[in-house]
Design a protein around this ligand. Structure first.
Ligand SMILES: Nc1nc2c(c(=O)[nH]1)N[C@H]1C(S)=C(S)[C@@H](COP(=O)(O)O)O[C@H]1N2
Ligand SMILES: [Mo]
Length: 428
């Protein structure tokens, strides 16, 4: 520790240019080896491609950036925030592969007037209320506890609404309020064990560090089951927009519960009706009762490629792929239809399939050049099946034009492939 090989040897730090040279030499060597093994791709003298111009400014090496040719892959907004939301940026699901959303593309929903700029040295998490020993933790103290790293999706209650009107053509702008990350932190159960929860406690109330004290109630049983006080996302500290330095992750639950900039857990014996939660619990069920404190998201899936706004270059093989998830646990199967739901066939699931995580599905398809309607249907480990648009409307007591009022919408999304290869939202 402390010694620095470059200053010991007295040689100057290697420059970007030198690093580039070294790397090109290495690749030439590897290329030659591959040519030997593969036979067919042995480079012929005079035909090797000219070396590419040096990559970008040195500044990019401190923290890597995507290729400038991938600069179109960004979060986007419909430009019309929901009533109590100041910022709504959606994940470009159509441009992503696998199940992990890069942190810089994680969707963003804030009910704040700006992102709090929190110094982790000064940040504290207070756990108090119906406990034997109220405690306050620094970030350093939290990191001394046994940690977990788990892959979980977040999905905003307001995702996938409305399905009609302008800006409803791409999977990003309709369904992009969901993302999936590896979250690292301490289980709430570990912290509560430290504090000693009292017999009569039944809820926890979590509070965020913004000026408006964003507050959410969560059943104690869920808190003890699998809720995480997370400090890292995809291997690095959680980013400021996602809750730096601390946020709650409530697996399988509507993301509104995942309190960012977490600074307080209050152990209580009844839920609060805090301002942010009451505003988001206003839907009514078909029997006319209010749908208070729905947490769990239903089984859901969407085809991300091909999807709205894309174009197939021509008939022939075309893999259909997308994401499935469920608040009910693991995805058990995904079925894909290429005829608007008349017939379905089972898709392949990318392994491992994880609880409360996005699950990638793939389906081999040969497009014959005729009009086709592509859609997917998720079944979760409890056997619950993703509803059609019409079924979802019934469950949520919403007319199809009225989805804007319906949270937790998980109806099946159809995409129409026209004969010219263009893909559009197939909802009328
Ligand atoms: N402190 C705080 N936590 C919050 C919010 C907020 O405004 N403040 N928004 C919630 C909502 S509605 C959603 S959908 C998720 C979004 O998380 P993300 O912005 O990291 O995607 O955070 C939730 N947690
Ligand atoms: Mo949300």
């Amino acid at each position: 520790m402390g010694s620095h090989p470059r200053s010991d040897s007295g040689s100057p730090p290697r420059t970007l240019a030198r690093w580039g040279e070294g790397r090109r030499r290495f690749l030439t060597g590897a290329g030659a080896l591959a040519g030997f093994v593969m036979g067919a791709i042995r480079p012929v003298r005079g035909q090797t491609p000219a070396p590419a111009a040096p990559y970008e400014p040195q500044g990019f090496l401190a923290y890597g950036q995507p290729s400038k040719f991938a600069s179109h892959i960004v979060r986007r907004t419909t430009g019309r925030p929901t009533a109590i939301t100041d910022t709504a940026l959606m994940t470009p699901l159509q441009d992503l592969d696998g199940i992990i959303t890069p942190s810089g593309l994680h969707f963003l929903m804030d009910h704040t007037n700006g992102i709090p700029d929190i110094d982790p040295q000064k940040h504290r998490l207070m756990v108090h209320g119906m406990v034997d020993r109220p405690l306050t933790f620094t970030m350093e103290e939290l990191k001394r506890f046994p940690s977990v790293s788990r892959i979980h999706f977040l999905e905003c209650n307001a995702n996938s609404r409305p399905l009609r009107g302008p800006n409803r053509e791409s999977v990003q702008l309709i369904h992009g309020r969901t993302s999936c990350s590896e979250w690292t932190g301490v289980l709430v159960s570990v912290l509560l064990n430290e504090c000693g929860v009292q017999q009569k406690a039944s809820w926890i109330v979590a509070e965020g560090g913004e000026s408006n004290k964003y507050t959410m109630s969560i059943p104690l049983a869920k808190g003890l089951e699998d809720v995480i006080v997370a400090y890292a996302q995809n291997g690095e500290p959680i980013r400021p927009h996602q809750g730096y330095p601390l946020r709650l992750i409530v697996p399988g639950s509507e993301a509104i519960r995942a309190v960012k900039w977490l600074n307080r857990i209050h152990v209580v014996d009844k839920p609060y009706m805090a301002w942010h939660e009451s505003g988001n619990n206003a839907d009514t069920r078909p029997d006319g009762k209010g749908m208070w404190f729905r947490f769990e998201l239903g089984p859901k899936s969407v085809i991300t490629r091909p999807s709205g706004g894309q174009r197939l270059p021509g008939p022939g093989f075309c893999e259909i792929t997308g994401l499935a998830w469920s608040g009910g646990g693991m995805v058990r199967r995904v079925d894909v239809s290429t005829d608007g739901g008349r017939t379905y066939q089972e898709a392949e699931l990318q392994q491992p399939v994880l609880r409360h995580a996005h699950t990638r599905f793939r389906f081999p398809w040969r497009w014959n050049g005729e009009e086709a309607v592509l859609q997917s249907r998720c079944t979760d480990e409890r056997g619950e099946v993703q509803p059609t648009i019409e079924e979802a409307a019934k469950i949520l007591n919403a007319t199809i034009d009225y989805f804007y009022q319906a949270d937790h919408f998980n109806g099946i999304q159809p995409w129409r492939v026209a004969r010219d290869g263009s893909v559009t939202n197939a909802l009328p």
